[in-house]
Ligand binder design. Structure first.
Ligand code: ATP
Length: 322
């Protein structure tokens, strides 16, 4: 089984005690481990896969908490570095009635942004491994260049690259810088996860089919297009397979997209990280598994504490097939 490495931010989400209240009116927040790459690594490990998180944390209690939380679900933490030069990143979140979120980030700069290229070791990566990243740490900082080094090293090792842009505009001085960074990194990725909400912003194209077609650039060969409660579609240049969403009563969508891609990457790493060899039926089964994983996450609060085990997901998948 290959290892899924994720690189980028691990941060503390301050989740509101009051639901359906805008951020300015929330009085009480509870800390929760977060950051998309940390969530994805945790999803893979919780399902029973091998994963490692690459990133930098502050030498503070929040950094300790993140390391302990990731380790508690089985994520390898030996690629994490710590610094006294900046604090661990914080994000304050408000939750609307429908489970969607509003963010306010504290990163000026935060420790994750200081991860430097010379802290990435080429020897970490092997054929059959996967490197996954998002756009939050593609901001102009040392960590952007750490991503470039990791991507090149994983490609040289013969592994796969997976990218979930996960647009978070409040972190950028203007939307165009975010879009530009995404478009700069996109062609280096074999697998792209993109949600309905992000498609037009990233491509600048309103027609869905044309927008998706425009994303097959450079090495991109697989696009996982997520559609919230409606499930997801797996596009290749030749075909598209779709799996409908698993119907649940969602209470908090935090970590839905991360657990979805984590579940896809878990299955790919288990099978040798060769998505090009998967039949349409195998891709559909993989999508259903990922939809169920993510749907279960939306029925519980938080991202990492909400992650299901392989057996929980498998039981639902078996019931759906029966
Ligand atoms: P996030 O909200 O975590 O940023 P995203 O925007 O990256 O997620 P979505 O398309 O919203 O991506 O959701 C990802 C996947 O999570 C969906 O494809 C689906 O499998 C599952 N999912 C999301 N919302 C729901 C829901 N309300 N009910 C069931 N499944 C859901």
């Amino acid at each position: 089984m290959g290892t899924v490495f994720t690189i980028g931010e691990a941060l503390i989400d301050f989740v509101p005690a009051e639901i359906g209240v805008e951020l300015k009116k929330v009085c009480t927040f509870r800390k929760a481990a977060g950051g998309a790459p940390a969530n994805v690594a945790s999803a893979v490990a919780r399902l029973g896969g091998s994963s490692a998180f690459i990133g930098k944390l502050g030498e503070d209690g929040f950094g300790d908490y993140l390391v302990e939380t990731m380790a508690s679900v089985g994520v390898r933490t030996d690629c994490i570095t710590r610094t006294g030069e900046a604090n661990t990143a914080l994000a304050f979140v408000s939750l609307k009635e429908d489970g969607s979120r509003e963010f306010s980030f504290y990163r000026n700069p935060s420790a994750d942004m200081l991860l430097a290229p010379d802290e990435i070791a080429e020897s970490w990566f092997q054929a059959g491994d996967i490197l996954h990243y998002g756009s939050v740490d593609l901001i102009e900082a040392p960590v952007k260049y750490a991503h470039i080094k990791a991507i090149k090293a994983m490609q040289a090792a013969g592994g796969l690259i997976s990218f979930d842009p996960n647009v978070r505009l409040p972190l950028w001085s203007n939307p165009q810088d975010c879009r530009q960074a995404i478009l700069e990194f996109l062609p280096q990725s074999h697998i792209l996860k993109i949600s309905e909400d992000e498609l037009e912003f990233i491509t600048g194209i309103s027609d869905e089919a044309q927008a998706l077609a425009s994303l097959f650039v450079g090495k991109v060969a697989h696009i996982l297009y997520t559609r919230g409660a409606n499930g997801a579609v797996w596009y290749t240049k030749q075909d598209a397979v779709e799996a409908e969403g698993y119907r649940v009563q969602a209470i908090d969508t935090t970590g839905a997209g991360d657990s979805f891609i984590g579940a896809v990457l878990y299955q790919l790493a288990r099978e040798g990280a060769e998505p090009g060899r998967m039949s349409p039926e195998q891709r559909k089964r993989a999508l259903t598994f990922a939809n169920v994983t993510a749907a279960l996450v939306t029925t519980r609060y938080g991202a990492i504490p909400a992650l299901p085990t392989f057996e929980e997901v498998q039981d639902v998948c078996a019931a759906l097939e029966a």
